[in-house]
Design a protein around this ligand. Sequence first.
Ligand code: ATP
Ligand code: MG
Length: 199
Amino acid sequence: MAPVLQIDDLKVEGRTPRGVWVPTVRGVSLKVHAGEVVALIGESGAGKTTVAMAALCYTRPGTRVVGGKVTLGGVDIFALDARSRRAARGKDVAYVAQSAQAALNPAITIGEQVAEPLLLHGIATPEDARKRALALMTRLDLPNPEEIARRYPHQTSGGQQQRVMAAMALTCTPKLLVLDEPTTALDVTTQIDRGAESH
Ligand SMILES: Nc1ncnc2c1ncn2[C@@H]1O[C@H](COP(=O)(O)OP(=O)(O)OP(=O)(O)O)[C@@H](O)[C@H]1O
Ligand SMILES: [Mg+2]
């Protein structure tokens, strides 16, 4: 069976403050098959986030892909037009960012944000989306989900925000989940509990 994600010889460059493009990712290849967990390990600045973002065909401003190929379920994601890429993001592949603070929309309540992918992709009615969002928030151990759903991101803790991000990523049951250090803001005990449970 074709891998869910295949990255071949990915090359990315980043622009220095002086405007010079330098290599940041020098030919990374990896495959993720269904049911498989693949971890990227490297020191700070090694390029983990850069590679993870490439799986969604996303590059941060000041970075550019200069070589390689990324296929999602056999589809070359760099070859897709912007609309098809947007259709895939959140539904086929979801991303949990390293910084929840930077990724959550400060002007939208938690409940609306978790339900939003289902509505954007036309998967559920508003009522079903709300129910599914609450169920996921419960599964992710968010205390009193009904109440948290009514809050804005700044009214929640860093660890709660990170779990909200995870809930958002899971709403459309994507084929591929890209997690960028998804437990850094959680208590050590929660990290251990959840880790033990998933093994
Ligand atoms: N917007 C940008 N413009 C130019 N260079 C960048 C940009 N973002 C990151 N870089 C550079 O790309 C390299 C890889 O960064 P990346 O964020 O992928 O590292 P990382 O392995 O995720 O690190 P960390 O563990 O600290 O999160 C770094 O050397 C960084 O300085
Ligand atoms: Mg990173």
